[in-house]
Ligand binder design. Structure first.
Ligand code: ZN
Length: 346
């Protein structure tokens, strides 16, 4: 099959597009003929190499995908060949205490499609049957592939970790990325008052179209100062920070006393400085969040399928142009999800 894979870790030069053997699904797994897949920052981390994760090479990238069931492993009765599906990228054991509690993203063996096992950037992918969800006809293939990772992450981040309530205010740094865009849409769906930041006027304009209440260019103004002015010195109830080193100080200074910061990533680096005196004096809570549990995934899926939230798609590339697509993601030029299509259709 045609696939996008790496043979070692490094920069753009390690990404190859070529033929790999089609594998057979094991017990409890399904093989999906991929129609569309979507990029995540995760693909860039995997390309570079994640400490502690040893991959067998060649390794197929990609966490998000949608397509049709192509083969069933032993014991799979929940699907028939040809069923249209989209994939939930979080892999869990289903047996540990956290899985038993319905908190799959806390699973002691938690992993991700494309990170710990071969991913979706190919003509076929193999996933546990519990990770496949029937796709209604009303949901476009590109959308079905684009939303799972970013939107489930943003949903848990805002609603469960962040505890966002309708009357509250939220600051989202770096609008444009998949999770930040999803967070904006979810926050507006909930009824919150939303501040977003970017260095790009085009991205700020797009955020306004999507309902952002206040847009702030961080190259033109100090964000905590702007937030203080807009909120009569109060600060926002919740800050969504998946930028990391570059924004962490602004997050601590922009949140109100007793407010919350929720983080699910650190695209500019992990080693931000946290002034502990600001944390206790302001009585700030910092919440880490990753991916989502199944109930949360199903909740956000329902909103996407129902049309309440329409995932933002930046651009679609053919599978063989994945290296170009990955560089677009690395450059931060995108607004929303970057999608790959294999050319296969129902
Ligand atoms: Zn588990």
């Amino acid at each position: 099959m045609q696939a996008v894979y790496i043979e070692g870790h490094g920069g753009p030069e390690v990404v190859a597009v070529g033929e790999l053997p089609v594998r057979e699904p094991g017990p409890g797994q399904v093989r999906v003929k991929i129609f569309a897949a979507a990029l995540n920052h995760l693909d860039l981390w995997v390309r570079r190499g994640i400490p502690g994760i040893e991959l067998s090479m060649p390794h197929v990238l990609g966490a998000d995908g949608a397509g049709v069931i192509d083969a069933l492993g032993d014991g799979v009765e929940s699907f028939t060949i040809g069923d249209p599906v989209y994939l939930q990228p979080g892999l869990f054991c289903g047996r540990c205490e956290f899985c038993q509690q319905g908190e799959e993203s806390l699973c002691v063996q938690y992993g991700l499609l494309g990170e710990h096992v071969p991913g979706t950037f190919g003509e076929f992918a193999i996933v546990p049957a519990v990770n496949a969800y029937l796709k209604p006809d009303s949901l476009a293939w590109e959308t079905a592939a684009a939303f799972p990772l970013a939107y489930e992450t943003a949903w848990r981040l805002l609603m469960s970790a962040g505890g966002l309530k309708p009357e509250e205010s939220v600051l989202i740094h770096g609008i444009g990325g998949g999770v930040a865009g999803a967070a904006l849409q979810i926050a507006k769906h909930v009824g919150a008052y939303v501040y977003v930041t970017s260095s790009s006027q085009a991205k700020l304009d797009r955020a306004t179209e999507l309902g952002a209440d206040v847009v702030l260019d961080y190259t033109q103004q100090d964000i905590p100062t702007a937030i203080r002015q807009h909120t009569s010195k109060r600060g926002v109830d919740l800050v969504i920070d998946n930028v990391g080193e570059a924004t962490w100080r602004d997050s601590i200074e922009s949140v109100r006393r007793g407010g919350r910061i929720a983080t699910c990533g650190a695209t500019t680096g992990n080693n931000a400085v946290t002034p502990i005196n600001r944390v206790y004096w302001k009585q700030i809570s910092i919440h880490g969040s990753t991916m989502a549990n199944r109930a949360e995934f199903e909740a956000i899926s329902e909103l996407v399928i129902g049309g309440d939230i329409q995932p933002i798609i930046d651009r679609t590339f053919p599978l063989e142009d994945a290296p170009v697509a990955l560089e677009r993601l690395a450059s931060g030029a995108q607004f929303g999800k970057i999608v790959l299509t294999t050319g296969a259709t129902a």
